[in-house]
Design a protein around this ligand. Structure first.
Ligand code: UFG
Length: 346
């Protein structure tokens, strides 16, 4: 068992739940918090079934400082936090920017305030996004961490950029603090047990949940948003990373923020596979990997979509000793197994 305890905010969420599993598997004590605003307590049951352990958990809202402080009172041995808890719907953030600024900024501010109160709480791993790069210039593909951060195209993206800046300023001011920002590309798939996975409320906005719901017959057909982009098959290109691989990167990042003598106290890592796939390629992988019929057609472009972006994960490969190497067919099969489990499909 490792020394100290890792606080996971948003522990019942998609990436949070997979990360809790990997932390427990790696021998960390954890405590999870979540307000279930976009997640379900069932995820905690799934985590407990996978790990065979009871997971200390508190239902609370990180944007309420008084509530949030209670977790540190109850668990004084917290040495690092992974901060997932945030609103994440790009479209909603355009319509309700204040909700995003209020929630996503205040939650992080509270986490920093509560962390710097006690020098044992040394590490923060922050859940950031490749959205900070906007549409990368072609010479910057694959995207390295030193690629320019472009003006955000949504309030959601802006909160990720602002949160990174806040953390950067705070490590300068508070010598006990070590921070790693992890910029995720497109996380997909579910735990191989099919006991936890992505659970979007309402109509899915993201590609893979839309694919699996269409395959399950819940949606009539997948609309591919645009096939006239300047890419080989005309559809957008992304770097799809398996959520379990992504979760393991968090375990490596926690170890790093807790290292003594870690000089780079605000560090950034891209988390992706290094390979871009088009929407059409991903759809064809799904059909091939699962053998399931997937009705789809081409529709107009979706406003705000980036044409192509994929990661250069070399820094994370080298410095975190981590690599995303699960084949995409296995990843898509895991997403389909999860969807079938949720829908009770044999
Ligand atoms: N797509 C479709 N049909 C759908 C859904 C998606 O064709 O029904 C396409 C999109 O146009 C895009 C690709 O599938 O080309 C991936 O779309 P997602 O919505 O799954 O992912 P995005 O890359 O648009 O969004 C991700 C994260 C966001 C983040 C954003 C930054 O999910 O949190 O990257 O660009 F803000």
């Amino acid at each position: 068992m490792k020394e100290g305890r890792v606080l996971v905010t948003g522990a019942a969420g998609y990436i949070g739940s997979h990360t809790v599993v990997e932390l427990v598997n790696a021998g960390y004590e954890v405590v999870g918090v979540d307000n279930f605003s976009n997640s379900s307590p069932d995820m905690l049951k799934g985590i407990e079934r996978i790990t065979g352990k009871r997971i200390p958990f508190m239902e609370l809202d990180c944007s309420d400082r008084t509530q949030f402080a209670k977790v540190f009172e109850q668990y004084p041995d917290i040495t690092a936090s992974i901060h997932f808890a945030a609103c994440k719907a790009v479209g909603e953030s355009v319509r309700q920017p204040l909700k995003y600024f209020e929630n996503n900024l205040s939650s992080l501010l509270h986490l920093i305030e509560l962390s710097v109160e006690d020098s044992r709480r040394r590490g923060i791993v922050f859940s950031s996004s490749c959205t900070v790069y906007g549409e990368p210039d072609p010479e910057n593909l694959p995207v390295r961490e030193d690629a320019p951060v472009k003006p955000a195209t949504s309030p959601y993206g802006r909160t990720k950029q602002m949160n990174e800046e806040i953390l950067r300023d705070c490590v300068n001011a508070y010598p006990s603090l070590n921070v790693i920002a992890l910029r995720y590309f497109n996380p997909i798939g579910a735990h191989p047990s099919a006991l936890i996975g992505e659970m979007p409320l309402g109509v899915p906005q993201n590609l893979v949940p839309y694919i699996t719901q269409t395959a399950a017959g819940i949606r009539k057909e997948l609309k591919i948003f645009g096939n006239d982009y300047p890419t080989p098959d005309g559809t957008c290109i992304r770097d799809y990373i398996y959520v379990c691989d992504l979760a393991k990167a968090h375990v490596a990042a926690v170890a790093k923020v807790l290292e003594d003598g870690n000089n780079d106290r605000f560090d950034i890592f891209n988390l992706g596979t290094g390979t871009g796939l088009s929407v059409l390629e991903l759809v064809n992988h799904f059909i091939k990997a699962t053998g399931v019929n997937l009705p789809y057609s081409f529709g107009p472009r979706r406003e705000g979509d980036i044409v192509k972006v994929w990661a250069d994960p070399a820094k994370a490969n080298k410095e975190l000793g981590w690599k995303a190497d699960t084949p995409v067919d296995d990843v898509l099969r895991s997403a389909w197994a999860w969807e079938k489990k949720v829908r009770g499909i044999e």
